[in-house]
Write a protein that binds this ligand. Sequence first.
Ligand code: 9MR
Length: 367
Amino acid sequence: MKVPHVAAAAVLAAATLYSVLPSAAGSPGRSTGTGARPVEIDQPLRDLAGRRLLVGTAVDHAALTADPVYRERIATEFSSVTAENVMKWESVEPERGVRDYRAADELVAEARRNGQRVRGHTLVWHNQLPSWLTTGVESGEIDATELRGILRQHILDEVRHFRGRIYQWDVVNEVIDDEGELRDSLWLRELGPGYIADAFRWAHQADPRTKLFLNDYNVEGLSPKSDAYHRLARELLAQRVPVHGFGAQGHYGVQYGFHSAAEVAQNFARFEALGLETAVTEADVRMPMPADTVKLQAQAQGYSVLLQGCLLSRRCTSFTVWGFTDKYSWVPGFFEGEGAANLLDESFAPKPAYREAQAVLALAGRR
Ligand code: 9MR
């Protein structure tokens, strides 16, 4: 960890205290009901970030089609979008050999209209695989040789389809477990560890310009799991595998606490020292329901460290939230009794976390 990073972390952390912030609009701050005086910054996140970094959100395709307020808000707030589900394998090849990129194409077209970049998510994962593939492997109908060919074709097809339109691809998602071992997935069991290098090489072949990422959760700070990713990245690069980036998803919960921004930056710095870009790819901060002002304030802190961690890193090129409104969120469906994980509430009103993100971006400057 270099000294300037620590110093910058301290400055940013101090400056995000509401009380020390001037009112950007020159008018008194609004009350949040927490006793804090938030800054009055009425600028969208993408404008506040300027060219400094891309600020993105996951997009729920069904909501994009059905909800004009959701659609409008994505256009104004974000400079990058990620398909929450429609680029995943089960969506793009629901039947073997039948490829369907319609929903993903709509999302990409909308992004182009809005002047937004697109993150690709995700080529190789152990979840949301088409059932023809999982049942075929389970029954023994698809053997390892055939499976490798199927994976190769999937990657070549999808990356070629979006060639030139995706700036970062999550090539492999969640391939290391919490103990720091390669995840015991269908891919590892059938193909052995070489599938990771293969996936990157095939993706690079299909679009040599797009940036290819490793991506996982619980890797924001220094831990056995992020250590294992660092080793994996080093090994892949030593074999001249085209890996260009490391993505930390950033799924936090207020009840578990957060890393410090300095630790996130320190973690990112060691990946950047290998020559990689870094990114926060799926930030959200859930809480046990019901929400209250203390939890909402803690949540703001969680978003803040991820955003500051990224801003303190020299090559952290994008900061993406995994949905931006509590109206559409994966959280309540996955964690019983938890929710309210996003920057805006269910009626698209800003929560303290949104004000905090604005403040951090405003302080960081547009460069
Ligand atoms: O948000 C996604 C949700 O709609 C899906 O049902 C779920 C299926 O596993 O995947 C969610 O997105 C995940 C992402 O693709 C990878 N990292 C974890 C995300 C949250 O589970």
